[in-house]
Ligand binder design. Structure first.
Ligand SMILES: [Cu+2]
Length: 154
């Protein structure tokens, strides 16, 4: 990760928190299929994926927190030439009535600085911070990469 970009993004995140004084109205976004990828021992970061459905009014995901890693970031994937790169973003928009998928190869949640490997079958709480709806805590199920993409057996 580019450290200067990282610091710039942190600054942006702080600004967006300070200016989020809107009152909440309408139903908050709902969260479905919250899944984290199992990680190998020594792997520093892990990915989290979920589906957000906008409620009656639009909202923005402006941050996340979990105890499994030192920090939790919102990431997007962008093409630079023909290389896919991860980039931290300060918010992910969840428009009213729209479905926003955080999935491999696209927008995702990044657990940065894992304290221990994420093991398939485990689960842990993840708190999502929305600009209007406030904090929403969901249960992240840890799945192996193969399990996540080839079958849904549990
Ligand atoms: Cu990432």
């Amino acid at each position: 990760m580019n450290i200067r970009l990282f610091i710039a993004a942190l600054g942006l995140a702080a600004v967006s928190v300070c200016t989020s004084a809107q009152t909440s109205k309408g139903a908050p976004p709902t969260v479905e299929r919250a899944v984290a990828r199992a990680t190998a021992p020594g792997q520093p970061n892990g990915g989290g994926y979920l589906t957000l459905k906008g409620g009656g009014s639009g909202d923005r995901l402006i941050g996340a927190q979990a105890d499994v890693s030192k920090s939790v970031e919102l990431h997007t994937m962008t093409m630079e030439g023909d290389v896919m790169r991860m980039r931290q973003v300060d918010a992910i928009d969840v428009p009213a009535g729209k479905t926003v998928e955080l999935k491999p190869g696209g927008q995702h949640i990044m657990f940065v600085g894992l304290k221990s490997p994420l093991k398939a079958g485990d689960s842990f709480p993840l708190t999502l911070r929305f600009q209007n709806a406030g904090d929403v805590t969901v249960n992240m199920k840890v799945e192996s990469p193969a399990g996540a993409s080839t079958h849904m057996k549990h």
